[in-house]
Design a protein around this ligand. Structure first.
Ligand SMILES: Cc1cc2nc3c(=O)[nH]c(=O)nc-3n(C[C@H](O)[C@H](O)[C@H](O)COP(=O)(O)O)c2cc1C
Ligand SMILES: [Mn+2]
Length: 448
């Protein structure tokens, strides 16, 4: 279990999964290009030790650049992450409040607040500016006071001003609008450099009214330690690196975008809430953290994938108790394509599973159902099943016009898409013509 980003970096270092970059790099594109390469080559997490224009600062980047790095946060092999996620997601442990935090060693308030002193990164070619991309935002519901934890990009607007891209279909966006209805700003704290399981728990699909720190506690098997902010009534992880305290300005909006989004394409310019920073506190030797969103895989895929796979698994389990494995695949942006393997007991069970996944409002656009002998994580095996066990006129299901959460550029209207399901399971009475060829002893060869 890791208390903060630092412990995790040490762990990655010991495992040979952290590259220390001594070459001086620029915050414009160069750091992001490094993350791009790490993701594309299944490479290590990155620690940039010399950043042009920001003497003394280190930037941790691509900490979740690959699925393997996410698995390291759970200290598990990649294939065991979803099962652990399913076991722990509902074993909630509430956080505890502590008095001291190293992230209070330096305190900037009033005229000392200056976001330009942080090494905030510009990521992709057409991005409209530098964004804080991987802080966790903590806010409290204006009526219930229940905390919400999530990740939203923040565009740097001024020394003490940031945008916060939190649309109303996300809990924080809804809370901003609810506070605005009564003419109030919403206090929002951004903690940069939190422990990895808290960052991943922020992506859990729990309903509004569930504090994601409780989920993080379940993942840790112990309560997350929180500390109070200096100028707003919000608590953040005590072992983080940097805390940005802010309040949204009711009614104020700014242009946000273009921004390289998770489909691997750009989002149009949107109108985002603006917040005023009331304090910045940090460790004396704080490490800044950035993450990439863009063409898959990036951290906006790897971090969200376990939550999506766990949700899909639960959905399938409702109607088919013999679910073997679920893969929310990278090419479907870790959101929209799902491959599931089942032990089917009825000829048409695969069709029910596919349509249930498409109807479940999980954002799944394509559901492929295969038998238990197919490894859902192996694209060749899945394609083989589609080739040898599926006939398009019989086994393809197309559902026109469904509501969906998607930034898919091919969508005919915002948040609308057609969906498709593929039943690539073999017939129950298929006999040896459908069986996968095997050679006795193929699993125990010891001479090569
Ligand atoms: C690296 C990363 C960046 C993200 N950026 C945004 C963002 O800018 N805006 C947004 O609405 N969601 C973003 N998300 C997704 C939300 O954080 C996620 O959907 C979260 O579960 C929402 O929390 P909620 O269920 O409490 O609304 C991002 C996720 C990750 C992993
Ligand atoms: Mn939430």
């Amino acid at each position: 279990m890791f208390q903060g980003l630092r412990d995790f970096l040490d762990h990655l270092d010991r495992r040979g999964l952290l590259a220390h970059i001594k070459k001086e790099v620029n915050t414009k594109y160069e750091i992001a290009a490094g993350i791009r390469k790490a993701s594309d080559t299944n490479g290590p997490a990155l620690l940039f030790e010399k950043v042009a224009g920001y003497p003394g600062w280190k930037v941790a980047a691509g900490i979740f650049a690959t699925r393997r790095l996410v698995a390291e946060a759970f200290e598990l092999p990649e294939r065991e992450v979803v099962q652990r996620y399913l076991e722990r997601e509902d074993q909630r442990i509430p956080p505890v409040l502590v008095k001291d935090s190293p992230a209070k060693e330096v305190v900037w308030t009033g005229k000392d607040i200056d976001l330009y002193k942080l090494p905030i990164v510009t990521h992709s070619e057409l991005d409209c500016g530098p964004y804080i991309t991987i802080g966790i935002q903590v806010g409290k519901h204006p009526d219930t006071g229940i905390r919400n934890v999530s990740i939203h990009r923040l565009l740097l607007l001024d020394r003490d001003k940031l945008s916060c891209w939190a649309p109303p279909d996300h809990h924080l966006g809804r809370m901003i609008l609810q506070a605005e209805d009564s003419g109030k700003g919403l206090p929002i704290a951004t903690a940069i450099g939190v422990d990895p399981l808290t960052a991943i728990a922020s992506q859990s699909k729990v309903p509004m009214g569930v504090d994601e720190f409780d989920v993080a506690g379940g993942f840790h098997g112990a309560p997350v330690e929180l500390v109070r902010c200096e100028t707003i009534d919000v608590e953040v992880p005590a072992h983080c690196e940097i805390i940005i305290e802010a309040v949204t300005i009711p009614g104020e909006r700014c242009a946000d975008g273009p921004f390289a989004e998770y489909p691997g394409t750009y989002s149009e310019t949107k109108s985002a809430p603006v917040m005023r920073v009331t304090a910045i506190t940090m460790r004396r030797d704080a490490i800044y953290q950035t993450g990439l969103t863009g063409f898959p895989l990036t951290e906006n895929h790897t971090m969200i994938e376990p939550a999506n796979a766990a949700a899909a698994f639960k959905e399938v389990r409702r109607l088919c108790p013999e679910v073997k494995a679920v893969n929310i695949t990278p090419g479907g942006t870790s959101r929209h394509h799902c491959v599931v393997s089942i032990r089917k007991r009825h000829e048409d069970e695969g069709r029910n599973v596919a349509t249930a996944l498409l109807a479940a409002n999980l954002g799944i656009k394509l559901a492929i159902v295969v038998d238990e002998d197919i490894d859902v994580f192996n694209p060749t095996e899945v394609e083989w099943a589609v080739n040898t066990r599926m006939q398009p006129d019989r086994d393809l299901i197309i559902i026109p016009r469904m509501m969906s959460s998607t930034l898919d550029p091919s969508a005919p209207r915002s948040r609308s898409t057609a969906k498709w399901g593929i039943d690539a399971t073999k017939p129950l009475d298929g006999g040896i013509f459908y069986d996968r060829v095997r050679i006795p002893g193929e699993d125990s060869v010891d001479f090569i």
